[in-house]
Design a protein around this ligand. Structure first.
Ligand SMILES: C[S@@+](CC[C@H](N)C(=O)[O-])C[C@H]1O[C@@H](n2cnc3c(N)ncnc32)[C@H](O)[C@@H]1O
Length: 215
């Protein structure tokens, strides 16, 4: 999903900067932009990068700012915006703002790599509404937590529709992946059934997840 075709990679909500540092270690040749809204975090990240990556200083930049205000219009070449570890609702706000900016700069080549915490269904619906297409999606289980990772773009050569509940994430390629998918489906359905009991607004989501055919 992350390859050297990207001239610029934005590690948004970077916290301690581990993801961006791992990308620097892969020597992709891309410029890695570390972005977080908390000034003290960005000062720490800047200090660590100066210490550990002094020779690659042309390949990293730090930005203390709101992801909704990323200066994507100031850069040329293909860009990848990575947003992980924040709620799907906040992610939707970021994507709406960046999508608007992308509409203003028609030549912008922008992909997103998204790993939301919760609200995957509403995030996927928003991506569909905005006209995104799917490059790839994977499901990962780590420490009893599940993560959907979506690689999406507006102008993609490979035009796959995004499913509101996911598609290939349910088709495990190994027996272990099939079990991960089963556990995730069970957990997701239980979550929305609890919500349905509280506010009676989740039946359409439950119906959509109930239609999934596991391998
Ligand atoms: C839980 S950490 C995620 C860390 C990492 N991305 C991960 O996946 O583990 C969430 C980070 O998002 C940052 N954040 C929250 N709102 C933000 C915004 N509007 N713009 C930039 N960063 C933001 C917080 O300061 C925090 O460091």
């Amino acid at each position: 999903m992350v390859s050297s075709r990207y001239a610029h990679i934005w590690d948004c909500c970077c916290d301690h900067g581990y993801l961006g540092a791992a990308l620097l270690d892969r020597n992709l040749g891309s410029t890695i932009h570390f972005v977080d809204i908390v000034p003290t975090l960005m000062t720490e990240v800047e200090t660590k990068l100066q210490r550990h990556y002094p020779l690659q200083s042309a390949l990293w930049k730090t930005h203390c700012l709101d992801v909704a205000k990323l200066p994507i219009g100031d850069f040329n070449g293909q860009q990848l915006v990575i947003i992980a570890g924040v709620g799907g609702d906040l992610m939707i706000e970021f994507i709406e703002a960046l999508h608007k900016k992308q509409q203003e700069h028609k030549n912008l080549k922008l992909d997103f790599l998204l790993c939301p915490v919760h609200h995957q269904f509403s995030l996927r619906q928003k991506l569909i509404e905005l006209g995104f297409s799917l490059n790839d999606e994977v499901l990962v289980e780590d420490n009893k937590r599940f993560y959907e990772i979506l690689h999406v773009s507006l102008a993609s050569d490979i035009q796959h529709d995004i499913s509101p509940v996911g598609d290939s994430i349910w088709q495990g390629e190994s027996a272990e992946q099939e079990k991960v998918a089963q556990r995730y489906l069970h957990k997701t359905l239980s979550h929305y059934q609890r919500i349905q009991k509280g506010n009676n607004k989740a039946q359409h989501i439950i119906d959509a997840y109930n239609q999934i055919n596991l391998k």
